[in-house]
Design a protein around this ligand. Structure first.
Ligand SMILES: [Zn+2]
Length: 468
């Protein structure tokens, strides 16, 4: 048995997920993510370490950009095979890739103008990493697969997708390699969700594998589950209404926005809150919400029951999904307490900035954060308690109430990751810890070794090895 493995991204860092394996001459790339961490962004411009035309297939775990965001570049540079993923992942990835391409194009144009004005010569030409056209050229390659149905991708390599419970359509991928009468199983965890989250199912657990690639985003942390998310959201809505202000929710378009809506609908049905005008002011989140509506087969038991009893939790009285910029501006004219859910999730761009401008200086309003805020972002400055904040070029005093709701994570924590691994009844030949910052990945690697005595490696970027 001879399987070649190569670690092409998310190796001692979180973004740019790309893992490669070759068996029986079949070359497979698992995920093709973009690097989003500032110190690694340069790598997005490097030529692929493996010629794209030589790769036979891409297996895509889910639609987050750090897993799918470089597909247009791969295709532009010669990849012609199939991109296997669930139908929901393909639907969402198309929306996300088009949005990403649009941002790439706008950024390049913006930079070009700025450099021209400054008379500056730069290392990279001001061209987009890929264009809308490049993104669209990936679409015909998407080949939808169903959960738990094996797909033969040639020469003794068979792959099966299982629900990862991370975002809608997300998968853990099991690759089975047959060679010389022997068989090996490689598991690619993708991003692993948490048990008991709304909408999506719990992550699938496996009892056997020879090699395991496991994420470690929260490999050194344990989530505190004391927060009752729904109750907190209800309190924010009721107290802000009493104060006579608005609620602004900076939110990620995929999963988080839909989860917030799910909780609000429950609060309304329970009559914990009075009916409320809600604006989902993100064309991307609205489009993704439509994808959710088309895939009820992926909902967990609770959500299925909910849909059976009350229709879709995204059909809330008072909910408007705004499309055009004019519709977005018109939100300012709404009377009474309103909630605006808008991107970007960390306030680095998008329509949420305009809503912050209109509300952050008013003490009766609340800014409710429901997602992770990375260092260096506007969202992070606000949650850190900055007194005056620059938004759209003007410094403004932060007078609104700032609330942070922590319990929303879509990633399993250290104990949950270990619990997932422990589903394996026999020690795997080797565990590879990926998709975590260096500290987190190493900590988790040590922890798994300590707890199980298994063979664990924390690979570095571009590491390669042949396993048997
Ligand atoms: Zn993810």
């Amino acid at each position: 048995m001879k399987i070649k493995l190569k670690f092409l991204g998310a190796a001692q860092n979180v973004t740019g997920s790309r893992h490669f394996f070759e068996a029986n001459g079949v070359k497979v790339l698992v995920d093709c993510g973009i690097y989003q961490e500032r110190q690694f962004k340069e790598r997005n411009w490097d030529p692929f370490p493996i010629p794209p035309a030589d790769i036979d297939a891409v297996l895509l775990t889910h639609a987050h950009l750090d897993h799918c965001g470089l597909l247009p570049k791969l295709v532009k540079e010669g990849f012609k095979g199939r991109i296997y993923c669930t139908e929901a992942t393909a639907d969402i990835a198309k929306i996300i890739l088009l949005d990403s391409a649009k941002i790439q194009e706008e950024d390049a144009e913006h930079k070009r103008k700025r450099h021209e004005k400054e008379g500056r010569k730069v290392k990279h030409p001001e061209i987009p990493l890929y264009t809308i056209e490049d993104a669209e050229s990936c679409f015909p390659l998407f080949s939808p697969v169903e959960y738990r149905k094996s797909v033969d991708i040639g020469d003794g390599v068979e792959v099966t997708f299982y629900d990862a419970g991370h975002v809608l359509g997300s998968s853990i991928i099991r690759a089975k390699v047959r060679q010389d009468g022997q068989e090996r199983i490689i598991l690619f965890s993708g991003d692993i969700g948490r048990p008991d989250r709304p909408i999506v199912c719990d992550p699938t657990v496996f009892d056997a594998a020879d090699y395991v690639f496991i994420e470690s985003t929260y490999g050194d942390r344990v989530h505190h589950d004391t927060e009752d998310i729904k109750k907190l959201i209800g309190e924010v809505i009721n107290s802000t209404r009493k104060a006579g202000g608005n609620i602004i929710v900076p939110s990620f378009a995929l999963e988080r926005s839909q989860e917030v809506l799910y909780y609000i609908n429950e609060l309304m049905l329970e009559k914990t809150i009075e009916p409320l005008k809600i604006f989902l002011d993100s064309p991307m989140a609205s489009r993704i919400t439509e994808v959710f509506k088309h895939h009820p087969e992926l909902f967990d038991e609770e959500m299925t029951e909910f849909v059976n009893n009350h229709e879709s939790p995204f059909k809330i009285p008072g909910l408007s999904m705004t499309g055009t910029a004019d519709e977005s501006k018109a939100i300012n004219n709404a009377r009474g307490t309103i909630m605006v859910i808008a991107g970007s999730g960390m306030c680095t761009g998008g329509r949420v900035k305009y809503h912050l401008v209109n509300n952050i200086t008013r003490p009766e309003c609340t800014i409710m954060f429901v997602g992770y805020q990375a260092i260096g972002t506007l969202g992070r400055s606000i949650v850190d308690g900055i007194e005056k904040v620059r938004i759209l070029g003007v410094k403004r005093p932060v007078k609104a109430k700032i609330v942070r709701i922590h319990g929303f994570s879509a990633h399993a924590d250290k104990e949950e990751l270990l619990g997932w691994l422990k589903g394996l009844e026999k020690p795997p030949r080797q565990v590879f810890v990926v998709h975590g910052e260096s500290e987190s990945a190493k900590h988790f690697g040590e922890y798994v070794k300590e707890q199980t005595g298994w063979e664990v490696t924390v690979p570095a970027y571009q590491d390669e090895l042949v396993v048997d």
